[in-house]
Write a protein that binds this ligand. Sequence first.
Ligand code: UT7
Length: 375
Amino acid sequence: MSLAEHVGNPWRAGDGGSPPGCRLVAVGSALPERRLTNSEVETFIDTSDEWISSRTGIHERRIADPEVTLVGIAARAARAAMAAGGWTAADVDTIICSSSSPDETFPSLACRLQAELGCPHGTAFDIQAACSGAIYGLALAQSLIQTGLSHRVLVVAAELFSRLVDWSDRSTAVLFGDGAGALLVGGPGEPGSEIVAIDLGADGTGAASLGTSPAPDTALPEAIPAYARAERSLNRVVFMNGREVFRFSTRILEQLIVRLAGAVGVPLGEITLVVPHQANSRILATAAGRLGIPMERFAVNVDRMGNTSSASVPLALAEAAASGRLVPGAGVCLVAFGAGLTWAGAFLRWGDTPAVVDDPGGELVSDRGRQEAVE
Ligand code: UT7
């Protein structure tokens, strides 16, 4: 079966009696302070800055120190978004978390985050859609609100991928980074950006091309620094058939953008910003070239953050919003793809959606609430 046969029609707000779109009320993100540059990677992995930059566009990534926990970085991103949107813990009635690098089978990251934030009521659960997780979470948040089961949903995608890579495997270790992003989703009456269209899909026949396997039981080489030796709770490492996933990624990225723009009735040239999953800048450049959309209309952070799996879309969106790149009325296309294989897209009509970036190691100072988020 081809991908084209696999996908149904995108959902569109108000289309054929469907309900109005929910609102993206605010965005937040959090990053570890430590930057790991390609030159430093060269000192303990048989690779080169030249290979990594030319094949992937990655120059550096963020790596959490061993004492950082997944729930800790998830909470920082959640607090950043809540400070931006003016929500307190009592406002949140549902928490949906996504992580491709979970540190527990159960309890869920979402339940642990609920306790960490002190949310007094509601429900909390995790979803698994790999790198597409944040957009799957956004879609699910909207559905829960539309059915009346929830009113205000916190979606958090958090990744400590440095604990899922095999640091002795150069083909994957150089690609990934750590970070977290959070989205606040409210009903159609809330302020924020309208969710105008959603497109989700999966093709389980591609499961073998990207996944995890038991960690090797050989000791890591001496040269690998302490921060890359943090404990792995689930003792698994990532594997990937890079070429196969590359082909899938370029094809699905292009299809998703065309389908979403078609559903909304916006010519490709009028998309203000594409916020794609950040796996490889060559994937983005290939899709941009085929679609005839200039690269300046793609949000890119893979050069500075590597592939942060499900956190990458909210991280890139928070950065774009906090730096003032998005103004009311802008057409914003979120698109992601990943293990499963899965893919997901959402088209947003930008409104007043504030963002806070909690990045002690970065230069970007976000527009509002940063002090509250960091304190
Ligand atoms: O987030 C989920 C989605 N993920 C993606 O979309 C990732 C998609 N795939 C990719 O981005 C690319 O396939 C990679 C960046 C992972 C790999 O690039 P590639 O151009 O497909 O390289 P390759 O795997 O075909 O390897 C080419 C060569 C091999 O050497 P030989 O066999 O040609 O002698 C590898 O051993 O590059 C070698 N190689 C490296 N050399 C230096 C692989 N990794 C490295 C490395 N440094 N880190």
